[in-house]
Write a protein that binds this ligand. Structure first.
Ligand code: ZN
Ligand code: FE
Length: 753
């Protein structure tokens, strides 16, 4: 019997070889009709024998392309058969209801890799080789549907051979939008840092390798932006990069030629290996091996990730990186080309303007990056991925909520480590990591992302969600949009982000929300919070004893100021005569000014932040006086902590306030044994959280930047298991402020479900 059905397939079904797959499957089963991309997904109109149609439906699910995700298949059955003679792929049609998901960028596939190295292949050593499985996607897309004309490949006309592949349904490059070859595709140029071209074409890679070997710093255009690259085995060059980038201690990532090379530098767990080799190719934080083992392999690891138990490693993900590393035979430091915390630079003009003093050469190419995108950074906890920075490969993949919103939502995130998100029904599409939007350049990148998500999805929000902080750039921006605004308190949003990604939005929990800073209900800076969260309801039931942040923002950069503020809170003027060594790091007049600040309310606010408590402890223990990146105190204390120590300090909980006096006294007494003091301090934090959750009879939702700390998480897990307390953590979005936009979407979705 002849039957005809229409199917609308939603999910990640564009840019992943879905139409060719449908085409081949239809022909295999002698079915007729057509397939096309529309703005909602893939539309299939198909007819033939009913048993073959049944098989088609089965194989659609079981044999779908490996990078595709089918979220739903809408069926219109029993349509009148049209007795068509063939199955074809039709041109895309545009509609206003856009739900198709933007495909994410994928690392080079094994087959392309084989061709790249095959001297008889026409794409031998071609630095822009790609296929339907692999290549740039999100970074080159201007709008949906994902067709070549809507990408930055629109300026390259395919040669005859490429055309043939593109139109041949049996070819790997059938409808591969960035398809090209050395005759018709993008080209490399190696520039001097004065902007003049040194050499063009594939030879540029060889010269770049030579320069790196000589100890030069080269800016190299990757998939989502430029990296600053240098030889990871040369300590003096790595130091030069640190000096020039004004980045004294923040860790760099290292790109290795092969997985085998990574194994020489680290002991890798199974889950880490999977992530390193995955098609997302994130930077994976792995344990550093002891320095003497590293020396054999010549990595300047202590300069690459100072005072850090871990090190960020990744494998090459574009052919350019692969070809370069083959010529080099040494791992390379690969750090985003930008100045401190600005967004990643994506064109050579920007590199030449801003990094002329840092990079001596610039390896550029002429395919435009439409949407700049940083490398993703992931960690592993308990055998599972834990997102640190969500960007290339992961963004803007959909995070499904367990509830459906009746309104279209735009969430603007926090100020630091900003991400934005849009939400409709049960979908949440989160932008890649944007950065600290206090900075002008990053702020315009933030605006660009809001515009991009609006235009790609033809999305006009009905509700805009932002932080409660009146001074956040995102809050001010929200107020210019003329829409209904929901302001969500920072730590409430953190907690909701955990619940959202764990499908537990309607579970009542104890939100343990610990970070550096967030605007609190009383106008002070919160960050050591215990919140009873029940959906949109949030009640603060406890917090750490507050202390003064001496000199506002300067206190955030100088852990020694937090130490003084904390000690003054506990000991009053006596703090100055405790004879603690960190006090000597201040100049005498500075110390006098700080003492005045302690006594008055000038230039100082109160905080309950655990991030600042970490700072204070790190300074008292003489581990860190001045920090050069956010969270450094936590990283240093984790590095110092003795893993075998189970001891804890005492603490007191009175009227919802956790008194830190006994912790501070204990740390001062244990000062001579830093590993023990650091471990005891973090063990204590774990036991405080678990004790309060147990007392309330609630599961914990742990969120906030403090929970990037692996030691602390392990300590909490151990204590929670012992006490029978359940806990949820962030995995798919960062526990830091990069996850705030998801929490904000969740808030609005709960309000308008
Ligand atoms: Zn070609
Ligand atoms: Fe936060």
């Amino acid at each position: 019997m002849l039957r005809r059905v229409k199917l609308l397939i939603r999910g990640v079904v564009q840019g992943v070889g879905f139409r060719p797959f449908v085409y081949n499957l239809a022909n295999e089963l002698e079915l007729k009709g057509f397939v096309l991309n529309n703005s909602s997904g893939v539309l299939v109109d198909i007819e033939g024998k009913s048993e073959n149609l049944k098989l088609f439906m089965e194989k659609l699910q079981s044999q779908k392309p490996k990078n595709s995700i089918i979220e739903s298949v809408e069926q219109e059955c029993d349509c009148e058969p049209l007795h068509r003679k063939e199955f074809i792929i039709k041109d895309s049609i545009e509609e206003s209801d856009r739900c198709a998901l933007m495909p994410t960028d994928k690392a080079i596939c094994p087959e392309c890799l084989k061709e790249l190295k095959d001297s008889s292949n026409r794409r031998y050593n071609y630095p822009f080789i790609n296929c339907i499985d692999y290549g740039p996607r999100y970074t080159i897309i201007k709008k949906l549907p994902y067709d070549r004309v809507n990408t930055s490949m629109d300026s390259f006309t395919m040669c005859h051979e490429c055309q043939e592949e593109y139109h041949n349904p049996l070819d790997r490059r059938f409808h591969a939008q960035p398809n090209s070859c050395s005759k018709c595709g993008p080209k490399l140029t190696l520039l001097r840092n004065n902007g003049t071209a040194l050499i063009e074409g594939e030879k540029s890679i060889e010269i770049t390798a030579k320069m790196i070997k000589k100890g030069e710093i080269v800016a190299i255009k990757g998939m989502g932006g430029f990296h600053l690259v240098c030889d990871a085995s040369k300590a003096n060059v790595v130091q030069k990069l640190r000096d020039k980038k004004k980045r004294p201690t923040k860790p760099f990532a290292v790109m290795f030629k092969s997985f085998a090379d990574i194994m020489k530098c680290s002991s890798i767990q199974e889950c880490e290996a999977e992530l390193i080799n995955s098609s997302e190719r994130p930077i994976v934080l792995v344990e550093k091996k002891k320095p003497h083992r590293l020396e054999k392999f010549c990595i300047a690891s202590e300069l690459i990730a100072p005072n850090n138990t871990k090190m960020g490693v990744f494998l090459p993900y574009t052919p350019i990186h692969i070809l370069l590393l083959e010529k080099l035979n040494t791992p390379i430091v690969c750090t985003s080309a930008n100045i401190s915390d600005e967004s990643i630079i994506a064109d050579s003009k920007g590199v030449l303007e801003k990094l002329q003093d840092v990079a001596t050469y610039v390896l550029d190419y002429d395919r435009k990056i439409i949407n700049p995108c940083d490398d993703s950074v992931v960690d592993v906890f308990d055998g599972e991925v834990k997102m640190v920075r969500r960007a290339r490969g992961y963004a803007p993949a959909n995070i499904k909520l367990p509830i459906k919103s009746t309104k279209k939502i735009l969430a603007l995130g926090a100020n630091q480590k900003n991400t934005i998100a849009i939400g409709f029904e049960d979908n949440t599409l989160i932008s890649p990591h944007i950065g600290d939007i206090d900075n002008l350049d990053t702020y315009s990148y933030f605006e660009q992302n809001v515009r991009l998500f609006g235009s790609v999805y033809d999305f006009t929000p009905e509700v805009v969600v932002c932080d409660a902080h009146p001074e956040y750039a995102s809050t001010k921006y929200a107020k210019t949009l003329g829409k209904e605004i929901l302001q969500v308190y920072h730590h409430h949003a953190h907690t909701l982000s955990v619940l959202a990604e764990n499908g537990a939005l309607e579970t009542k929990v104890l939100g343990v929300s610990w970070d550096g800073s967030g605007y609190g209900e009383d106008g002070t800076i919160w960050g050591g919070e215990f919140l009873e969260v029940d959906g949109v309801e949030c009640k603060r039931i406890g917090h750490f004893r507050k202390f003064k942040l001496l000199g506002g923002n300067r206190a955030i950069k100088e852990p020694r100021r937090s130490a003084l503020g904390l000690l003054y809170e506990i000991y009053g003027d006596e703090a100055f005569s405790l004879g603690l060594p960190f006090l000597k790091s201040f100049k005498e007049d500075e110390l006098e000014a700080l003492q005045k600040m302690c006594k008055s309310d000038i230039n100082s606010t109160q905080t309950s932040s655990v991030g600042r408590l970490f700072d204070a402890i790190a300074a008292i223990l003489e581990v860190l006086y001045i920090s050069s990146y956010e969270g450094e105190a936590g990283v240093c204390l984790e590095y110092e902590a003795a893993s075998e120590c189970d001891e804890v300090y005492g603490f007191e909980l009175k009227d919802g306030v956790i008194d830190t006096k006994q912790i501070v006294e204990g740390v001062i007494a244990d000062r001579g044994d830093v590993p023990k003091a650091a471990a005891k301090f973090m063990n204590t934090l774990a036991s405080i959280a678990v004790a309060i959750a147990k007392n309330r009879g609630l599961p914990m939702a742990l969120s906030g930047g403090v929970f990037l700390n692996g030691y602390l998480l392990k300590a909490i897990k151990k204590e929670a298991n012992k006490e029978g307390v359940e806990y949820l953590i962030n995995k798919r979005v960062p526990s830091g402020d990069g996850g705030i936009s998801l929490g904000q979407i969740a808030y609005a979705a709960l309000k308008y479900k």
